[in-house]
Design a protein around this ligand. Structure first.
Ligand SMILES: *Cc1c(COP(=O)(O)O)cnc(C)c1O
Length: 223
């Protein structure tokens, strides 16, 4: 158990300045989260609404929760106002729902748009073309209570480092195109969340500004 703090510190030690860490705590008990909290970690990532909602009151109030899993529209209301960021907006329908519920609740929700570049069909998100079209059409201008802070993505699950790097480069390229060419006026669009336990150093070298590390800090999950 004492390993969590030292795992956390060794991950942090490898991150260049400007790269932040979302400690992915899904499936781990609050005691494990508290070890990371005591060691200084404040941003925690959860992927299931029920688990997130159960953990929030058990952790100190200054924890910043990131939702990182597939979010069903009928659960948006439970998340809005409680999380610092939803990293996994994978459809316009979900985005519209987040915006409507945030407006109703009188809060602004910060989100990342999830890109699908990996080979697996099971992963969700916008294709690069869909996301570029979304910004070209300036559809974000109709959002009332949602702030799009950047993009999130995952690489193909493979040992082929070349393919992983290509996926991260595609994600970074879409981000850069939006930021510098399509919507340079979009303020606060500055986050590229990519990289997990096994591939975050590569993600950082490809331009990640936010890594999501679970196993590398908390150990294997017991599902
Ligand atoms: C679980 C999860 C992670 C963390 O994965 P590890 O391999 O445990 O670091 C990162 N991102 C997302 C979206 C996840 O669901």
């Amino acid at each position: 158990m004492g390993g969590i703090a030292s795992n956390l510190l060794s991950v942090l030690a490898t991150l260049p300045e400007g790269v932040t860490l979302t400690a992915v705590s899904k499936f781990h008990p609050v005691e494990a989260l508290m070890e990371a909290y005591v060691a200084g970690q404040r941003v925690f990532g959860e992927s299931r609404v029920q688990e997130l909602v159960a953990k929030i009151p058990q952790m100190p109030a200054d924890v910043r929760w990131h939702f990182i899993g597939h979010l069903q529209t009928n659960k948006v209301r439970q998340v809005v106002g409680r999380v610092s960021m939803i990293e996994s907006v994978d459809s316009e329908r979900l985005l519209d729902k987040i915006d409507a519920e945030s407006a109703k609740a009188g809060v602004v929700t910060r989100v990342l748009m999830q890109l699908h570049v990996a080979a697996e069909e099971t992963k969700s998100g916008f294709t690069p073309e869909e996301l570029l079209d979304y910004f070209r059409g300036r559809r974000f201008e109709s959002l009332k209570a949602t702030h799009i802070c950047g993009v999130m993505g995952m690489a193909t699950n493979t040992d082929d480092e070349k393919r992983i790097a290509e996926d991260f480069e595609s994600i970074a390229r879409v981000f850069d195109t939006i930021r510098t060419e399509i919507a340079p006026d979009l303020r606060g669009f500055d986050t590229v969340s990519m990289g997990m336990s096994h591939d975050y150093p590569l993600a950082v070298s490809c331009g990640s500004t936010m890594v999501r590390v679970g196993t590398g800090i908390f150990g294997e999950r017991e599902y």
